[in-house]
Structures are given as structure tokens and as C-alpha cells.
Design a protein around this ligand. Sequence first.
Ligand SMILES: Cc1cc2nc3c(=O)[nH]c(=O)nc-3n(C[C@H](O)[C@H](O)[C@H](O)COP(=O)(O)O)c2cc1C
Length: 185
Amino acid sequence: MDLTEAIYGRRATRTYTAAPVPKEVLKSLVDAAVQAPSAVNEQPWDFTIIQNTSLLDRISAAAKAYMIETMPSGSFPEHLHETLRSPDFHIFYHAPVLITVSARAGGWAIENATLAAENLMLAAHGLGLGSCWIGFAQRWLETADGKRTLGVSDAFVPIAPIIIGYPTAPIAPVPRHPPQLRWID
Ligand SMILES: Cc1cc2nc3c(=O)[nH]c(=O)nc-3n(C[C@H](O)[C@H](O)[C@H](O)COP(=O)(O)O)c2cc1C
């Protein structure tokens, strides 16, 4: 796929078929992720790939409960509080795979993991897969329980939980606001 087509065509995907994603395809996404730049070329990434749907259900429930318990009211738009309180809401939209990008803590951990995550999402799109960063999972994944579940060591911090799977249908473009631009000549 042409790069411009990939950048403009990638969409946050929230409905997935139950089709599993072959391991070699998932491995190729990680290979694309690690082509990202990293500060001082540290390449400080760590990837946890979860395909166990019962575990994904448990993480969804734990992350929702954690968010409801710890999110001060007013910190999010009210409709997001309502969404989280809905028993039927699955934060991973029943996607068959969750890849969490973690990075060695400190320095530029967030930047390093986020650049890898964007590569991963673009590569997924190039292979006909959908993806979505799931911020709702982040706070719980950062806890001791979350890190233990991911198998992430103390030296690392989970940053980018990305769901992956085959989309049920194409997704319409999401309009962008005109960028705030300032030219200084
Ligand atoms: C840091 C971050 C957190 C996000 N968290 C969620 C989330 O928890 N649930 C969700 O459905 N989408 C989440 N998204 C996806 C955004 O809602 C989506 O990227 C945005 O609506 C624009 O749509 P597009 O990605 O199709 O262009 C997140 C995106 C980012 C970058």
C-alpha cells in the first residue's frame, strides 16, 4: 500500500470479526513497529501479545472498574463515564488481539513507545487489519496487577495498548480540524 494511502486510510476500528490473526502476521507488525526511531537509538521496546479472549475479557472488566474507581468526576466528558458504567461495554470491542507496547521507564519512554505504536497501526492497515489504541486500558495496565498480567518487568512501563483484528466493514473517514498553522519566515 502507498504510504499516503496508509496514513490517510488508517481508522480507529471498533468492530471486528472473530477471525484469528495468524502469529506470523502479528510478528510482522512488531517488526514494523521496531523500525520506528527511538531516542539515542535505545530501541527500548517490549511487546505483549494477548490472544486469549477470556484474559482480554478479564482485563476489560478490571480496567473499567479501576477507571470508575479512580477517575474524578469531571475529568472526562460525562458520556465516557456512562460508557464505562455500562455492563455491556467491552473496552477492547471483542477484538481478537491486544498488543501492548511498553518501553523502558524514564527518558523518552512515551515518545519511543508511541512512535512504535503508530508504525504498528499503519502496518496493520497495510495488511487489511483494523486497530485502535485503547486509552481506557492504560491506567490499569500501569498498576502492579496490570504489569504482572502483561509480564512486564519493573524496569518497563506499559504505554500503548493496541487492539488488532479484521474489521467487519470499511470505516468512513474521520474529518480533521484544520491544523493551527503558524509560518515564521
Ligand atoms: C492516546 C489514545 C487513546 C485512545 N483511547 C481510545 C479508547 O480508549 N477507546 C476508543 O474507542 N478509542 C480510543 N482512541 C482512538 C481515538 O478515539 C481515535 O483515534 C480518534 O477518534 C480519531 O479517529 P481515527 O483514529 O479513525 O482517525 C484513542 C486514541 C489515542 C491516540
